[in-house]
Structures are given as C-alpha cells and as structure tokens.
Design a protein around this ligand. Structure first.
Ligand code: NAD
Length: 294
C-alpha cells in the first residue's frame, strides 16, 4: 500500500523538489498528488520526473487561496485518502513596513495563513475519521524569531506556528501528527518570487534616510547570508522525508542548527531584550568576526 502524499506549491522550489523525490522513489513507496496554482507551470515537474512516475504522480490544480479550488482538489483525492498533507505554498514580503501596501500584506496572509488553514481544513476531517495522518508544514526561522524588514512575512509565519502548535495538542488523540519544518535560507526561487517593496522605487523614496540606509544594509546582509549559509533544496528535502517516514514525527524539525543560538535567547532572556540586541548585531554589524555572527 503506497503512502499518499499531497503537496501544495509544486511549481518550484521545495514543493517541486519534494514531489520529484517522492514520485521517483525507487521502491515506489509513494503516490504523490503534486498540486500547483497554475497548471501551465507543470512542465518543470514533468521534465524532472522524466518517465519514472508511472502510477506515482498526479498533478492537480490547487490555489490555496481559492475555496472552490481547494474543495475540488479535496474531492478528487479523497476517494483515495491522503496519508501525508504537505502545506508548502508560501510567499515572502520584504521591505520597510511603511512601504508594504495593504494589497501585498493581504496576499501574504491569504497564501501563508488562510491558505494553510484552508488546506488543513479540507483534509483534516478524513484524517480524523481514519485516525491517521500527517500534516507537514514548510515553516521558517522567520516563524520563530523576528527578522528586520520581514515583519509581515514573520507575522504570517508566526501565525502558522500558533495554528499548528494548537492543533497538535488535540490531534494527538486522533493519531494525526503535525510537523513544522523550520527552514533557514534555502536556494530556491523564493527570493525571486517574494514581493519586494523595493520594486516600487517610489515607496522607498518617501522613506526617511535612516530607514533607507538600514534597509540597504539589510539587503547586503541578506545577500551574504544566502551566499554563506543557504542550504540546497536536496538537504532540506531530507528533513521532509524523515518527517514523512517517521512513525511519530515531532512538532518541530530544524533543517539547520545555524540559527539556534539566536533562537535560544528567547528562552534564556524571555523579556526579548537580548534577542533584539543580538539580531541587531547579527544584521547590522557587517565585517565583525564570523564568531560574532550568530
Ligand atoms: P518558491 O517560491 O519556489 O515556492 C513557493 C511555491 O508556492 C511556488 O511554487 C508558488 O507558486 C506557490 N504558491 C504561491 N501562492 C500560491 C497559491 N495561492 N496557491 C498555491 N501555490 C502557491 O519558494 P520555496 O523556497 O520553495 O518556498 C516553499 C515554502 O518554504 C514557503 O512556504 C516558504 O515560506 C518556505 N521557506 C522558504 C525559505 C527559503 O529561503 N527558500 C526559507 C524558509 C521557509
């Protein structure tokens, strides 16, 4: 009996990689429903599996922000129950808060928060009925700690942490496991796909010079961080695979230890002051010794 896995956001990045990896599994352990908002983007996925997916891959349209699309996908799949639901679709938003448009912020919350909730709602009832299932969520270091100039993205990812941690408590009784995969920077098209307020040059021009200078410092930091510590998708996929295959995966699984020292400050200094200081230093004191960076 194959493990049925449904993944959202499979046209690129982690979702694409995971769908390919599972559908091409040599022992054919998985049946993958790779879903994407826009089926016109399915060529990359098809090219990557190149024929080794007979019976292991199906591609479905699914826009996580569209309730009709969610209902249609759920109906197509539910005759064959979903063992593992991977809520992966997500978008970033970067820029000084004053420059984030209402529409951009709404999109981020629609995809990252309401999209994840809607996806879980569509598949949870059948998991509860069967008293079995796994819900795996692409989460982020930015879901656990605030990152400058990513305030709205972090707000949306923090929301998902609260959602999943809350659900995990009751879902224990239903043998449904919720796992947040905490990714640091990953080499995907995430940076290219994110909404950046810098694209609207005029928004930045109205900004005070100090914030503008900090933002440009942040962008340099971000570039070198991706250069120095970004993980390859394959490395991250390994962590997803472990969660998919483990009998009882934990609530959180980290793809990298790099941000642990910063994350721990929340526990050792609950009032947050040490975190704020350390993150400021991490981002805005470029050129200091490597050892000071985390
Ligand atoms: P990506 O941009 O390649 O993938 C995101 C996918 O979500 C895209 O395929 C996009 O089409 C899809 N998507 C967007 N809106 C959608 C919608 N309404 N319905 C369905 N699909 C939609 O980037 P990625 O790095 O593969 O991101 C995957 C997940 O990992 C995201 O949730 C992201 O927040 C998280 N993450 C990424 C990084 C990173 O550095 N790449 C770090 C931490 C967390």
């Amino acid at each position: 009996e194959r493990t049925v896995v449904l993944i959202t956001g499979c046209s690129s990045g982690i979702g694409l990689g995971l769908a390919v990896r599972l559908a091409s599994d040599l022992s054919r352990r998985f049946k993958v429903y790779a879903t994407m908002r826009d089926l016109a983007k399915k060529e990359r996925l098809l090219a990557s599996v190149r024929g080794c997916h007979a019976g292991t891959l199906e591609i479905l349209q699914l826009d996580v922000t569209d309730p009709l699309s969610l209902a249609a996908a759920a109906q197509q799949v539910l005759e064959q129950h979903v063992d593992v639901l991977v809520c992966n679709a997500g978008v970033g938003l970067m820029g000084p808060l004053e420059t984030c448009s209402h529409q951009a912020m709404k999109t981020i919350f629609d995809v990252n928060v309401f999209g994840t909730i809607g996806t879980i709602q569509a598949f949870l009832p059948s998991m509860k009925r069967r008293k079995a299932g796994k819900i795996i969520v692409s989460s982020s270091v930015g879901a656990l700690q605030g990152i400058p100039f990513n305030a709205v993205y972090c707000a949306s990812k923090f929301a998902v942490e609260g959602l999943c941690e809350s659900l995990a408590v009751t879902l224990q009784q239903f043998n449904v496991h919720v796992t947040l995969i905490e990714c640091g920077p990953v080499n995907t098209s995430f940076l290219a796909n994110l909404q950046s307020t810098a694209a609207e040059g005029s928004a930045l021009q109205g900004l005070d010079p100090q914030t503008r200078a900090l933002y440009s410092q942040y962008l340099q930091h971000c570039q070198s961080l991706f250069h120095d510590v970004a993980q390859d998708t394959e490395e991250v996929l390994q962590v997803f695979l472990e969660a998919i295959c483990a009998p009882c995966p934990p609530l959180r699984s980290f793809t990298t230890q790099f941000f642990m020292p910063l994350a721990r400050l929340k526990l050792t200094s609950p009032d947050g002051s040490e975190y704020v200081r350390a993150m400021h230093k991490f981002v805005f004191s470029a050129g200091e010794a490597q050892g000071d960076r985390a």
